[in-house]
Each structure stands twice: as C-alpha cells, then as structure tokens.
Design a protein around this ligand. Structure first.
Ligand code: G3P
Ligand code: CA
Length: 270
C-alpha cells in the first residue's frame, strides 16, 4: 500500500499556471497569479523574467513593455520606478471585453521579490530566464532573490518549490555553475524535440531534470523516448481540454496552461 501511495504521489500531474491564470486575467499580474494560486489551486506559478535598467527582476514575457502595458520601450532601458508607473491590466480589458474587469485597470508589473513575498515559500514557482543574453547577471540576481526568500535551501529545492526553465542552454549551464542543487528544465523550440540525438539527450540529462517541449511536437513515441532518459516532461502551452487529455495519454508529467482550472479538473478526475 505504502508503495502505491508513493508511486501515485510521484506521478501526480503538475498544473503549471502559465503567466498565472492568463486565460482569464492580464498575464503576469497579481490578478492573474491570485486567481491561479489562491482560487484555482494550481501547483506552480509560471514566471517569465526580464531585468530593468537598474537591475531589478520583473515578471514580463516580452523584452518590451509595449504589448502588456500602456507604455513603450525595452525593459532594459527603463527603471523599475518607470515601469511601476505603467498600467499592466487595461490592455487585457480592451482585448477581451467579455472577460474585462474594473479591477484589472491599473494592475502593476510585479517584481520577482514582490511575487515571492506575496505567495511565500509554500507556493511553487516555475521561473524562466528570458533573453539572458540581453541581461548579464540575471542568473546571479535570480539566485540572490530566491535565497533572500529562503527558497535556495536544499529541502525546498528537493521538493521542487523552485524550477528554473530556459530556452537558453547557456543560461541553464550558468545556473548549474552557480548552484549544484537547483532543479532545471530545458525548454525546446518548435520542431526541436525530434532533432535531439541520443548523445544530446544523455548529455542534457546530466544538466536538467525536465524537458519543456512545444506541445504540438509531442507524440506518444517521442514522449516515451524522453521518459526513457528519466526526464520529467512538461509541454507548453496546452489550452484545450482535448489537447490536455491527449498530452496525458502520452504520459506527460503536467502541462503549462493558461487554464489551470480546466487542467486541474481533468487531472483530478477519478
Ligand atoms: O515557459 C514555457 C512556455 O511559457 C514557453 O513559452 O513564450 O510562453 O514563455 P513562452
Ligand atoms: Ca514562459
């Protein structure tokens, strides 16, 4: 019995709230994270990182503030104080009138430090180093902020409180050089998964515990191949119920989704 319970808990599919509950609320705002974490009970809050002119890590997908705020310009050319003036919610109301809420107006761009303060060390974070080539020192700053919040302790890392993901292998190598224990996930570009040779996968397994492929590339066979190397497999970004069920049928370990509520319902079905 004990063995069964353990096996079950190890195979629990992880609900990774992609940019928070970004199917319902403006991505990478507290409105979005509150919904995915406090209301939907997703396992992970997914955070994309960019770095400001004054070296602060903020949650934003793009290298510029143009799409998700009322401002313009590259994050690297703006100070945190300047970015804090921006409205990171109204664009969502304009784009999605059927989902618009007055409370989204005036949402601010959160810093990583503010996110970790708000959700604490019991929440789990799936953090992506975005454009690390644009931001020298990003990895060092990330580890410093995580440590300040007690998230670099071995037991927290072991339990998967923090996973670091990147499309940049170089950035993941750097994270490993800075810390031996932190758990890493290699994201793969579209069409990349089937180009990886056995030798490349073996080498990658020395560095990362997981692979994040584009879900459109996954098949039953290549998922099985990745699993045979011992990788955890977390495809992105799976937003329809049909695709979620298909990914589960391949044996993935969870998915990045804008609809954490939908995936959670599916994984909890008896
Ligand atoms: O991090 C997984 C997935 O989010 C990668 O794509 O562009 O949404 O960050 P993107
Ligand atoms: Ca991401």
């Amino acid at each position: 019995f004990a063995g069964n319970v353990e096996a079950k808990s190890h195979t629990k599919k992880q609900v990774i709230a992609h940019r928070g509950a970004s199917g319902y609320a403006p991505e990478h705002t507290f409105a979005s994270y509150d919904l995915s974490h406090n209301v939907m009970g997703a396992d992970y809050i997914e955070v994309d990182l960019q770095m400001t002119k004054d070296g602060q890590l903020i949650a934003m997908h793009d290298e510029t503030v143009d799409r998700t705020t009322n401002g313009t310009g590259a994050v690297k050319d703006l100070t945190l104080a300047e970015i804090k003036q921006l409205d990171a919610g109204s664009w969502f109301n304009d784009k999605n009138p059927e989902l618009a809420k007055p409370s989204y107006v005036g949402q601010q761009v959160p810093t990583l430090d503010e996110i970790l303060t708000r959700y604490g060390s019991n929440a789990k974070y799936y953090i992506e180093t975005k454009s690390p080539d644009v931001y020298p020192g990003m990895e060092e700053e990330l580890i410093r902020v995580l440590a300040e919040h007690g998230l670099m302790k071995t037991n927290k890392l072991k339990k998967g409180h923090v996973l670091i993901q990147s499309f940049s292998n170089e950035s993941l190598v750097k994270m490993r050089q800075l810390n031996k224990k932190i758990q890493l996930v290699q994201l793969l570009d579209r069409n990349q998964v089937d180009t990886l040779t056995d030798a490349q996968l073996s080498e990658l397994k020395q560095l990362v515990m997981g692979i994040g492929p584009n879900f459109r590339d996954l098949t039953a066979d290549n998922t099985k191949r990745l699993k045979s190397y011992g990788f955890v497999v977390h495809p992105y970004t799976v937003n329809t119920e049909e695709d979620m069920r298909r990914m589960n049928s391949y044996g993935v370990d969870g998915v990045f989704t804008n609809y954490a509520d939908v995936y959670k319902r599916i994984v909890n079905e008896k």
